[in-house]
Structures are given as C-alpha cells and as structure tokens.
Design a binder for this molecule. Structure first.
Ligand SMILES: Cc1cc2nc3c(=O)[nH]c(=O)nc-3n(C[C@H](O)[C@H](O)[C@H](O)COP(=O)(O)OP(=O)(O)OC[C@H]3O[C@@H](n4cnc5c(N)ncnc54)[C@H](O)[C@@H]3O)c2cc1C
Length: 628
C-alpha cells in the first residue's frame, strides 16, 4: 500500500521548504522529497540573502508567513541596507550569511514542522491520470500518491557542470543530478529547455593579503529582515566585513587565453546564461572597453576558511582561473579551494503555469523556483510560498492566491513569468516593477500580512498589531497635516542648519516635504498643546510608524500618482476572461495576437494587455467579444 499525502514537494531547496511550510501550516500533510536531508535550503552560490529587489522579496515572503527572513536573521554575519543614498523605493536589505549555519538552521526549522515528513530519496517520475496529478515515483521508496505535487528541483534536472573542457553530471558541486523527471513531464506534454548559471572560485582565507584591500563593513545599526525577529537579540552572530578589489588588464589577458577552452565560447554549453549576472569571461567580451571590474571578497561563514569571490563567476579551465586571480590586488599569493564552474539544467518555460503556479496542462501539479526559469534564492522562495499556499488552498477549499503587480514584487515576478515567459534566467530588479514607490521593502507587511493571516500562516497577535499600527499611521498623517509649527520656534534651528527660514507658521507635513528635514527632527518642535506634545512623543518612540508617516508625507505627490494609475488600470485588471474562451474562433483578432492569447490564456484584460504581440485593437476586439 503506497503512502498518501495531500502535497508532495520535490526538492528541499529555497522554494521547496517555503512550499512545504505553507502547505503544512494550512493543515495539509506534506512529503518533502529531497536528495540530501542535511542540505535543505543549501546556498548553491553566493552566501548572501537579499540585495536590490531581492531584499524586497525576502520581506514579502516574511509578511506572507514564510521562513527565509527568519533563517537569514539568525545566521547573518553582515547586514546592510543597500541604496541608502537613493529614494526609499530602492532601499534593499541584504545580508551576508554563514552558508553552513543557514542550511543547518533551515533543517532545524523544517524538521520541527508537524505535518511535514522529510523523505530522503530521489524523485524519478511524476504521474498523472486524466489530466490530474496522481503521485510520484521515488528511486528507493517507490510510488507515493498525492493530491498535489510541487516541483522545485532547482538546477538539478539533468544537471551538467562544466569547468574548461571537462564536464560532469551533477546538480551542484558534489551532488547528483535529478534524472527522469524532465522526461516524465515531456511525456505528459510539457515543453522543456536548457539554461545555465555559474559560480566563482572559492579561495583560502589565509592566502589573501587583507591589509591592502578596501574594507566594507556592515551597517552600524543593522536591521533584521523579519517582522518576527526579536530586535533585542539581533544580530545573533558576530559581524564580519567584506572586502573589495578589482580585476585589471593583466587579469583579462590571462583569462582571454583560456577562451579557446571555454565551454561558453566553444559551444559546449547550449543553455542561455543570466544576462544580468554574467561570468567574468562574458564581462570581458561584452564590456571590452572596461579596464577593470569590481570584485567582492565575501566570507562564507564565521568558522569557514573559504572566501567567495563575488563577480568572478567563471567556467574557464581551473589553471587559467588560478593564474588570472594571482594578478589581482590582494590575491597575489591566493590559494584556490575550488575552481568556479557553470551548470546547465532543464527548466520549463513558465508560460506553462498559471498565476497560481499550477500548471495549465496537469491539475494539481505546480512548478516553483529555478524550474520556472528564475535565478536566485529569493525568487525561488517567493514562488515556493505562493505554490504551497495555492496547492493547500485547492485541497482545503480556500480561494486561490493571486498576488497582483500593484501589491508585491512577488506579483510582478509571477505575472512576468506567466505573461512574458522567459528564455534566459530571470532575476528580480526594482526596474521590473511599475509601482515601485508603493512596493517598498519597509511596507511589505502593510501590503501582504493580511494574506498571511487569511491563509493561516500568520498568527492573530501579529495581525492585530499591524492593524493597531495602521490606525496610528492614519492618525499621525492627519496630525502632521493639521499641526503647525511657528517661525518663532523652528527658525533658529533652520538657520543653524543653513536652511531657509519660514515666515509665520507651517504645517509639519509641509516642512517634512523639504528633503533636508527629517520628521523626527521637526516633531521636536511641537509645543502647541500638551496633547500635541504627547502625541509627538508617541510618534518619536515608534520608529516603524514614524518611517511610514515620513515616506507618506515626503513622497505624497508621487504616491498619489501611482495610486491614480493603479485605479485607472483596475478596470482592465478586474475584467476577467473565461479560461474556456476559444480565441481561435475570434477571427477579428490579429494572427499574432490570437496565437499569443491562445498560448498564454490570460485571466484578465490587464494581463492580455501585457502580452507582447497583442495590440490595442486586439484588446478592443476582445472587449466587444466579451461584452457580447
Ligand atoms: C553553480 C550555481 C551557481 C549559481 N549562481 C547563482 C547566482 O550567481 N545568483 C543567483 O541568484 N543564483 C545562482 N544560482 C541559483 C540559485 O542557487 C538558485 O536560484 C536557487 O537555489 C533556486 O532555488 P530552488 O529552490 O529552485 O532550487 P535549489 O536551491 O537548487 O534546490 C533544489 C533542491 O531539490 C533537490 N532535488 C532536485 N531534484 C530532486 C529530485 N528529483 N528528487 C529529490 N530531490 C531533488 C536538490 O537536492 C535540492 O535540495 C546558482 C546555482 C548554482 C548551482
């Protein structure tokens, strides 16, 4: 008799653990199949979480009730808020992680989730009957049945690694590839293709001349990713610095010598690589006018003697990597622990999934993470939690979760994948979001915690706390609009800061619009009534509220414009298109428009508008057709 689960998750990577956690918290029994149960959420590449736009995703995963932010907080060895000199829309939290501790912490957390059974095995075939998934065949365990299956197999599907002209099968350094899954899905009618990614060499810590390198410490007052991290104990671990160095022309010359043996240039690698995270050999060719490229030396952990050379991802022959690195400042005597390599793997072009991440071909089958063509831990985890919630929602009879583009980067990510598909590794950038002033890292809970709560991933006390904070924010904005500060009180301060003085009185909100003035600075001058003074003190003591109010006041005009744009487009987003609509019958559509609409089957006119090849006249035709 085979074992039966509500949800089977294939792969215990960043997507897989989020999917398993979400499914279990929603009451489903979950089998988490993974090749190595001690390697859950292993960091295949850089020992870091977050960064530009990725940090936003981590905060969103946390607001939905996911695991990544908490694990990163407990194992981070350097925390920084990136892009501080720019506007708050692009501020992005990032941490350097202790690679070993990160995975160990993930194993601890997942092993404690009551309804998750971790099965150490290799999934070899996904089965479906009558268009519905029925279960999975595991190498040792045999068949297990499931109402839903979530595939989050990362870079392992028919994985092949390359260094110079040598190549060997594997999903990641020292780990076996996953064989059989792609073939079973192709048999079920899915289309698969190849992508590639790469990783830099790891260096021996003691062999680096640290004294001559530029140090990059973390923030003086680091902030955690998770809303649930107890700030009193944060950061949990001692904090380390990263260091900066650069390539130079001598390095480039040596690397060029290896091009004839580069699997990238000899055509050995067929998969398309990440355009935005190119290998060093790619950078030299594409930016041939640049005499140097910046590199970061990042610690892999507190007790680790390995250093990650960020920016030097390569699959050139190991001897060439070694020789070139020794021409880099600070690395003159470097010893290489492991050369860089590239990995090629199968993925499923993501037009084959719906906005819930359920596949269009097989009911109950979901794809999440690298298998959808993305690259990055955070992109994978964001998809994992959405797939987990939707798989469980279907089983428990809850409504599906489709996060909109104007609600979260997670919504942008999934909409981009489904609507535009991708033929190169997709990573998140702030520029991909059209409403980025609204989708800030600081307000992820205000945007998404309600979903986490509705689906049972967030507890009531956290939800109540947010609602209380919302009331205080509304009250504070009104207070700042209505409370005035007189010239008599503030002008001395303004002139001491060489700022223009005010004539008579000015509302706090107006003063706050000045880029040089901070809200906490202005609130010090509230002195009209005892009640006002007390309220100003309350705000000064509540950093989270203060930050939200300040951004709201400073960027009021821009925020309003984005909100107007959202409501203008809302009518398109809310005009649903039935999934049964047969576009081939609508002769008035353009040929390309008809093909694209038929392939993607958009859920709304808004989504149809974002399809390349669908013209405005196609949309007009569609609107008339739907009306009739
Ligand atoms: C060499 C390399 C370099 C990379 N470089 C970068 C980079 O520079 N920047 C970046 O953002 N990202 C990079 N990545 C990608 C990053 O590691 C992934 O985006 C991320 O880990 C994807 O998460 P995931 O959950 O989809 O899969 P993974 O983290 O890969 O996890 C997949 C899990 O599934 C398990 N598994 C797979 N198949 C099966 C099966 N059939 N049965 C049982 N278990 C299975 C594996 O054991 C593994 O635990 C790199 C990856 C590699 C391998």
């Amino acid at each position: 008799m085979s074992k039966r689960f509500d949800i089977i998750v294939i792969g215990g990577g960043h997507a897989g653990i989020e999917a398993a956690n979400a499914g279990a918290l929603m009451g489903c029994s979950v089998a988490l199949i993974t090749m190595d149960k001690h390697a859950l959420a292993r960091m295949s590449c850089n020992p870091a979480i977050g960064g530009t736009a990725k940090g936003h995703l981590v905060r969103e995963i946390d607001a939905l009730g996911g695991l990544m932010a908490g694990i990163a907080d407990r194992t981070g060895i350097q925390f920084r808020m990136l892009n501080r000199s720019k506007g708050p829309a692009v501020w992005s939290p990032r941490c350097q992680s202790d690679r070993k501790l990160y995975s160990e912490e993930a194993c601890q957390v997942v092993s404690k989730i009551k309804k998750v059974e971790i099965i150490e095995d290799s999934a070899e075939e996904i089965l479906a009957e009558g268009g519905k998934v029925s279960g999975v065949i595991l190498k040792n365990t045999g068949f297990i049945s499931g109402a839903s299956v979530i595939l989050s197999a990362g870079t392992f599907l028919n994985g092949k690694m390359h260094t110079g002209l040598s190549s060997f099968v594997g999903g990641r350094y020292g780990e076996k590839p996953a064989l059989g899954i792609t073939e079973s899905l192709v048999k079920l009618g899915f289309e698969s293709s190849r992508l590639k990614t790469g990783t830099p060499p790891r260096l021996k810590k003691e062999s680096i001349n640290w004294d001559i390198l530029e140090e990059q410490p973390g923030d003086e007052n680091p902030k955690p990713f998770s809303y649930r991290t107890d700030i009193r104990h944060f950061p949990y671990l001692p904090q380390l610095s990263c260091f900066i160095t650069h390539t130079n022309e001598a390095v480039h010359k040596i690397l060029e010598r290896g091009f004839s043996e580069s699997p990238l240039f000899t055509g050995t690698i067929k998969g398309v690589g990440p355009r935005y995270c190119p290998s060093i050999e790619d950078k030299i060719v594409r930016f041939s006018d640049k005499p140097k490229h910046q590199l970061f030396l990042e610690p892999e952990g507190l007790d680790s003697d390995q250093i990650y050379l960020n920016g030097f991802s390569t699959s050139l022959p190991a001897e060439i990597q070694y020789e070139a690195m020794r021409k880099i400042r600070g690395l003159e005597n470097v010893e290489m622990v492991r050369p860089g390599y590239a990995v090629e793997y199968d993925y499923f072009p993501p037009h084959q999934v719906d906005l819930t991440l359920e596949t269009k071909k097989v009911q109950g089958l979901y794809f999440a993470g690298q298998v959808n063509g993305t690259s990055g831990y955070e992109e994978a985890a964001a998809q994992g939690i959405v797939a987990g919630i939707n798989a469980a929602a279907k089983i428990t009879g809850k409504p599906e979760l489709v996060i909109k583009r104007n609600e979260a980067y997670t919504g942008v990510l999934i909409d981009d994948l489904v609507t535009k598909s991708t033929d190169e590794p997709y990573r998140m950038f702030t520029s991909r979001a059209e409403y980025r002033l609204i989708l800030r890292q600081d307000n992820a809970d205000r945007r998404l915690l309600k979903y986490g709560y509705d689906y049972g991933l967030i507890d009531k006390s956290q939800y109540n706390e947010l609602n209380k904070r919302e009331l205080l924010i509304t009250k504070a904005v009104t207070f700042c609009n209505e409370t005035k500060i007189s010239a008599k009180v503030i002008n001395e301060h303004l002139s001491s800061r060489s700022l223009p003085e005010i004539d008579s009185t000015e509302a706090i909100s107006k003063l706050c619009k000045r880029p040089e003035l901070k809200l906490d600075e202005i609130l010090q001058f509230v002195n009209t009534t005892e009640e006002n003074k007390m309220f100003a003190t309350t705000l000064l003591e509540n950093e989270q509220v203060l930050e939200q109010v300040e951004i709201q006041l400073k960027y009021e005009g821009y925020l309003k414009r984005q909100e107007e744009m959202i409501s203008k487009l809302e009518k398109y987003e809310s005009t649903r298109i039935p999934s049964t609509l047969n576009y081939l019958d609508i002769k008035a559509l353009s040929t390309e428009g008809r093909e694209k609409l038929n392939k993607i089957k958009p859920r709304s006119i808004g989504q149809a508008l974002r399809l390349s090849g669908v013209t405005h006249s196609d949309i007009a035709v569609l609107l008339v057709y739907l009306k009739n």
